[in-house]
Design a protein around this ligand. Structure first.
Ligand code: F6P
Length: 342
């Protein structure tokens, strides 16, 4: 049996740990051969692959990124995409594929499996933690750790200058990173895409923080939107998912706060720092277990399934369950954290 492995979408700390888990167990316990496809779905589309063996996964556990490369290529948006993939898999004598990715990559795996008979098993991945069907995705814990450390550092410089510091974190559609890092870092305001924010209220929180002789830290997810200011943040371009790209909420917010409160404000955009570098111990643990269970699903012939974390157990769910809707922050949870605002 020969199994193909690919990593698609934005990279994420822990991808290499999954690949290592798959290959180690697949070779040692099942005697499988592996082929690593380059750059997500571009690999099987173009027939770009190289053999993966135990020597190729040695030493990759603590490394960020992905040794297979990644892209946002979607074969359903390419001419003859499905036919090309099926031909290349047949040519490579690949019997099954493990696709590690987020909403888009897994959406392709679900369709290839359910509609075109390509034997796929899915592994969920995103630093945003917004995939349904799994309690956590690997990469999220690392991203939250990086953002929390940044907030800790920003507190001291904010205090020295008695400035407002706005920290923009990733999260286009869900505010998990903002909520977790903001709570862990003791932020005074946390703004998430799930709830439009009221600028007057944000300024009131900022002012009350200064009145208590402290400098406020405002954590804002990149997809957060003011109640009436949507047009200000749309830069008009469309991202690879077909969503209108929002830009610069952190910069915009700092300017508005400065204008309305008279207090000096600065912005730090954490950006891809949150996605790079070595995975946390939790992410290595989760990613490795996902890899071990994914190859077990191949062994069981459970195609069209995806591994997921439920409590402390790894379970299998239909891939489509993870891609049918996003997991967003529950308003009750956001309200709970609101006790620290201001
Ligand atoms: O989905 C993961 C993510 O890191 C988002 O939080 C972020 O908006 C996006 O990817 C950035 O994508 P790119 O690296 O393609 O700019």
């Amino acid at each position: 049996m020969r199994v193909g492995v690919l990593t698609g979408g934005g990279d994420c700390p822990g991808l290499n740990a999954v690949i290592r888990g798959i290959v180690r167990k697949g070779v040692q316990e099942y005697g499988y051969e592996f082929l690593g496809y380059r750059d997500g779905w571009r690999g099987p589309l173009d027939g770009d692959a190289a053999p993966l063996g135990i020597p190729s996964v040695r030493g990759i556990l603590p490394r960020g990124g992905t040794v297979l490369g990644s892209s946002r290529t979607n074969p359903f948006r390419e001419e003859d995409g499905v036919r090309r993939i099926k031909e290349n898999l047949a040519k490579d004598e690949v019997d099954a594929l493990v696709a590690i990715g987020g909403e888009d990559t897994l959406g392709v795996a679900a369709r290839l499996s359910d509609e075109y008979g390509v034997k796929c098993v899915g592994v969920p991945k995103t630093i945003d933690n917004d995939l349904s069907a799994t309690d956590y995705t690997f990469g999220f814990d690392t991203a939250v750790g990086i953002a929390t450390e940044a907030i800790d550092r920003l507190h001291t410089t904010a205090e020295s200058h008695m400035r407002v510091l706005v920290v923009e974190v990733m999260g286009r559609h869900a505010g998990w990173i903002a909520l977790h890092s903001g709570l862990a870092g003791g932020a005074n305001v946390i703004l998430i895409p799930e709830q439009r924010f009221d600028l007057d209220q944000v300024c009131a929180w900022v002012t009350s923080r200064f009145k208590a002789s402290y400098a406020p830290i405002v954590v804002v997810a990149e997809g957060a939107m003011p109640k009436d200011g949507e047009a200000v943040l749309k830069d008009g371009s469309v991202d690879s998912f077909g969503h209108v790209r929002l830009s610069g909420v952190g910069e915009w917010l700092a300017k508005e706060i400065e204008k309305r409160t008279g207090k000096e404000a600065r912005t730090t955009v954490l950006g891809h720092v949150q996605r790079g570098g070595t995975p946390s111990a939790f992410d290595r643990w989760l990613a490795t277990r996902f890899g071990l269970h994914a190859i077990e699903a191949v062994w069981d012939g459970d195609f069209g399934s995806m591994v997921a974390l439920r409590g402390t157990d790894i379970v299998r769910v239909p891939i489509a369950e993870a891609t049918s809707r996003l997991k967003t922050v529950d308003p009750k949870l956001y309200e709970e954290v609101g006790v620290f605002f201001g």
